[in-house]
Design a protein around this ligand. Sequence first.
Ligand code: AMP
Ligand code: ZN
Length: 140
Amino acid sequence: MENCIFCKIVAGEIPCVKIYEDDLVFAFLDIGPINFGHTLVIPKEHHQSSSTIPEATAGRMFHVGSRIGVALRRALDYDGFNLHLADGSCAGQVVMHAHLHVVPRGCEDGFRWNWRQLEYAGTADRTETAEKIIAKLKLD
Ligand code: AMP
Ligand code: ZN
């Protein structure tokens, strides 16, 4: 994909600090890390949305991402990691080539996700919400 910064990184046209590469995925250090070692795992093929990535590649991204999380823990003495993927600009996606963030975490790292917990109006509301989702769920 022309003018995609991550496609250019895969092609070697823009420098990066590479962590891992195979036939399907590529992983490199995020240039503006939440914590040092923060890594991005991307499909080599251009996909804007995670939803169009073929299952084998998406599975590889998760597999590689979680193993990099373990390597971060062991190599840099972290306590755990977050896997994060923003799909769509409203969700915080800035680079429009799908990518999985592997964010190493320390118990005392001072970083907090801005997480909120709404409440459903009741059981019927919750069930109705689930029914709408299930009606639109396609796994092909
Ligand atoms: P997102 O907000 O999920 O789209 O995340 C995009 C991420 O890409 C950010 O965390 C950036 O720091 C990172 N990023 C942007 N350009 C580069 C680059 N040239 N090399 C490495 N990471 C980058
Ligand atoms: Zn791309």
